[in-house]
Ligand binder design. Structure first.
Ligand SMILES: Nc1ncnc2c1ncn2[C@@H]1O[C@H](COP(=O)(O)OP(=O)(O)OP(=O)(O)O)[C@@H](O)[C@H]1O
Ligand SMILES: [Mg+2]
Length: 245
């Protein structure tokens, strides 16, 4: 059976503004899909619609055979769909380890299991030395890594990352890339990644989905998308992504 995560004909309207207009996107098991497009094209809104953070005016969200349309963010996450946020959300006054443990606890792990899981994830993310530091004092790059570790503490089948490399320097982005590219194999999950760093996107993703003004303008393997004149016109050729590098 097709176990893909699918958004079908999704429209989202914010007080008259049509942020998404009939967008359909699917993420297949084990793949890394890149979601790209200019500022304000609807990328974050699409992730918010999938995870139940914004209401849809039309459309459906399916995970395999299950219809998740209208589910709360909590119910979506319990179905194995985790996300990170464009603006990092951590418990500033908890330690790094406590932040990850809290996420594991919230997903039904026991105390000891949560502690073990947090320790394992911090090691995987090279954050062991920071484990007892308060989240508030971390560098931006470390905060983003903690956020991804928190998302993984839920053992998701699908991980949706909203600009995980934003604000990272080149070395941090390189480290992030090597962690992310292993995730499908190491954890059997699928990744949807939004980013304006085209170097990262092109190295990581097999397939790309491109939005502009709330509509899909292209989707397919990265080489066909990269050379698509419509995509170059709307995004890649505009220098929009370079402005974020
Ligand atoms: N909560 C909201 N209320 C009103 N308008 C919103 C809200 N969220 C997003 N929008 C609008 O919806 C449109 C799509 O925004 P969205 O944040 O999804 O774009 P994006 O592709 O993620 O852009 P960026 O690359 O800058 O993150 C924009 O016009 C934005 O101003
Ligand atoms: Mg966004």
């Amino acid at each position: 059976m097709d176990d893909s995560l699918r958004a079908i004909d999704v429209s989202v309207v914010f007080s008259g503004l049509r942020a998404l207009d009939g967008v359909s996107l699917s993420v297949a098991p084990g793949e890394i899909l890149g979601l790209i497009g200019p500022n304000g094209s609807g990328k974050t809104t699409l992730v918010n619609a999938i995870t139940g953070q914004v209401p849809m005016a039309a459309g459906r969200i399916l995970c395999g055979a299950e219809d998740l349309t209208g589910f709360s963010p909590r119910k979506v996450s319990l179905r194995g769909i985790a996300r990170s946020f464009q603006v990092v959300r951590l418990f500033n006054n908890l330690t790094v380890a406590e932040n990850v443990e809290a996420a594991a606890l919230a997903h039904g792990n026991g105390r000891r299991g949560s502690r073990d899981k947090a320790r394992m994830l911090l090691a995987e993310f090279g954050l062991e030395a920071r484990a007892e530091d308060l989240a508030i004092g971390l560098s931006y790059g470390d905060k983003r890594r903690v956020e991804i570790a928190r998302a993984l503490a839920a053992d998701p089948k699908y991980l949706l990352l909203d600009e995980p490399a934003a604000g990272m320097n080149e070395a941090e982005t390189g480290e992030l890339l090597s962690i992310l590219e292993e995730l499908p194999r190491a954890r059997g999950l699928s990744l949807l990644i939004i980013d304006h760093d085209m170097g990262l996107i092109m190295r990581l993703c097999g397939r790309l989905h491109v939005l502009a003004s709330g509509r899909t303008i292209a989707e397919g393997d990265k080489d066909s998308v990269r050379s698509n004149p419509v995509v170059i016109e709307a995004y890649l050729g505009t220098g929009a992504e370079a402005a974020h590098a």
